[in-house]
Design a protein around this ligand. Sequence first.
Ligand code: TXA
Ligand code: MG
Length: 315
Amino acid sequence: MKSEQLLVLRPDVAGLEKAAGILQGGGLVSFPTETVYGLGADARNDRAVAGIFEAKGRPQFNPLIVHVADIAEAQTYCAFNDLARQLAQAFWPGALTLVLPVQADAGISKLVTAGLDTLAIRVPDHPVAQGLLAKFAGPVAAPSANPSGKVSPTTAAHVTAGLARRIDAVVDGGACAVGVESTIVSCVGQPALLRAGGIPVEALEACLGQSLLVDEDPEKPTAPGQLASHYAPRGKVRLNAAYAKVGEVLLGFGPVEADLNLSVAGDLTEAAAQLFACLHALDAMGAAAIAVSPIPDRGLGRAINDRLRRAAAPR
Ligand code: TXA
Ligand code: MG
């Protein structure tokens, strides 16, 4: 249990120095990335990493993503093949996580990889995340900064609401621009999609000139975090709803009359950016039953539908 008041840091030099110092001391700091807020710890420090699992109530078999400053640093922890290098050069910094063989002498805590011989790694595209990585000068393990199974945070206020008293600080960098987590691609063997996310699959396939194997079966997750029930607001969720039934709140998409709307214009980028904030708002409203408009399953729509299916899954 940490102190009552969560330390909220400004994203300036002093705030980033303070945040980096907390990480160096083995503490837990939440920071903004372009996708969602992460809950960071020194990826080489077993005790610090254990603290992430404890703060989130996260099962220890579920490995974490390591955040680094650039490709050169990523290569000190992971073995890149040609396809991985191609993806990293095209999409980093950005909302793409690569799963690659971990270098044996990398010094990454076994808790980060949950004992796997692979590591999930990414270079975030956010000035505050980059500033923190520069000041800390090391690998930062960071899952999304929410209690396990709950809705991911896209503002510092979401982090405070979910994790105050469980972590040391949050750097407030405003709302996340992308709004859904990174796309996860395994480059161990044939490149495979493990989680739809902020970089559309179509863009990855265009870059590679080949299609990705798809592995999104929630019953058999290769990314062990892809549990069926996840991203769950408190209310019951009904998908592909043309309208709200009596007692339901409608989360709309496109020009429909709705209580909340992901994007009146039907814009998938805007909808992704609004998704988690809307789910948090539905919790704040006390919505017990939520109907959601249909969302096209292309581009960022694929990541949105993945999150909504898990939000609607039996708990
Ligand atoms: O956008 C994001 O990716 C955010 C920000 C903070 O970077 N992070 C994030 O982390 O979404 P988290 O812990 O919520 O999701 C990480 C996912 C989990 O599904 C986990 O199982 C998977 O990555 N993962 C981690 N290491 C893996 C590995 N070695 N092999 C396969 N999947 C892995
Ligand atoms: Mg998460």
